[in-house]
Design a binder for this molecule. Structure first.
Ligand code: PEP
Length: 250
């Protein structure tokens, strides 16, 4: 099965609205609109509306970096899937390691967010990955198996119609260290087999599994040559339009 590559920018807590719009001017000038890869931008919540408006009618899709699991209510500081949908978001990043490490995200809260995203037809970009200690102790497969299985528990077949998974070794995020292509392929092939076990072969074959962790124009080509690497979730290198387009045009 051929899966369309997906290259997603995770801007984290970067880019004011004017900065985001300047970035998009550069990005759109560099894209023909019929890129092989689907391109997705995940700006901070404050820039979602402006980015969504600017990208409306283009080939570039918008993602949120997180979502709460209720549609509305007394949840100060949270943003609902309904609100994201209304802004034109197509994707939402769920369970990023920064959320897990800094904001107390657990497999249970990840599962709730996945369910809420599915209810509103927002496609989750579900992040999983091991720490340096996990890898050194030979626990990589166990850790990512646990994260995926607990996150997806009870979600199949409904509301899990479409899913993107991002394999992001925590030790490779923002560190300049990239997993070797073999490490990425091994973990991602394992994730696909697991998805086939938890869901079904069709969904497992359709699901794009991205690699994330210090992806740059210099290393994307080798990663994309691996059979189970279907794209990238890009942090640091997505903040400059030049390096991001270098990755998109791998
Ligand atoms: C990320 O935050 O998802 C990420 C992969 O960051 P970086 O590319 O900076 O390692």
């Amino acid at each position: 099965m051929t899966r369309r590559p997906l290259i997603a920018a995770n801007w984290k807590m970067h880019q004011t609205v004017p900065e985001a719009l300047t970035f998009l001017d550069h990005l759109l000038a560099d894209l023909s609109g019929d890129e092989e890869a689907e391109v997705v931008i995940a700006p901070p919540f404050t820039a979602l509306e402006a980015v969504g408006r600017r990208l409306d009618g283009t080939s570039v899709q918008v993602a949120a970096q997180n979502v709460y699991w209720e549609d509305q209510g007394a949840f100060t500081g949270e943003v609902s899937p309904l609100m994201l949908k209304q802004l034109g978001c197509r994707y939402v990043i769920i369970g990023h390691s920064e959320r897990r490490q800094l904001f107390g995200e657990t497999d249970e809260t990840v599962r709730r967010r996945l369910r809420a995203a599915g209810r509103h037809e927002l496609t989750p970009i579900l992040c999983v990955g091991e720490t340096k200690e996990d890898r050194e102790a030979g626990r990589t497969d166990d850790v990512i198996t646990g994260q995926i299985s607990r996150a997806l528990e009870g979600l199949y077949p409904d509301p899990l119609r479409e899913l993107v998974v991002a394999y992001e070794p925590v030790w490779a995020i923002g560190t300049g260290l990239t997993a070797t292509v073999d490490q990425a392929q091994e973990a991602q092939a394992h994730l696909r087999l697991l998805l086939a076990r938890i869901t079904d072969k069709g969904l497992a074959n359709r699901t794009r599994i991205l690699y994330g962790g210090s992806v740059k124009p210099e290393n994307i080509l080798a990663l994309m040559a691996m059979p189970d690497v279907d794209g990238a979730l890009v942090g640091g290198a997505s903040l400059s339009a030049d390096s991001f387009t270098g990755i998109i045009h791998f």
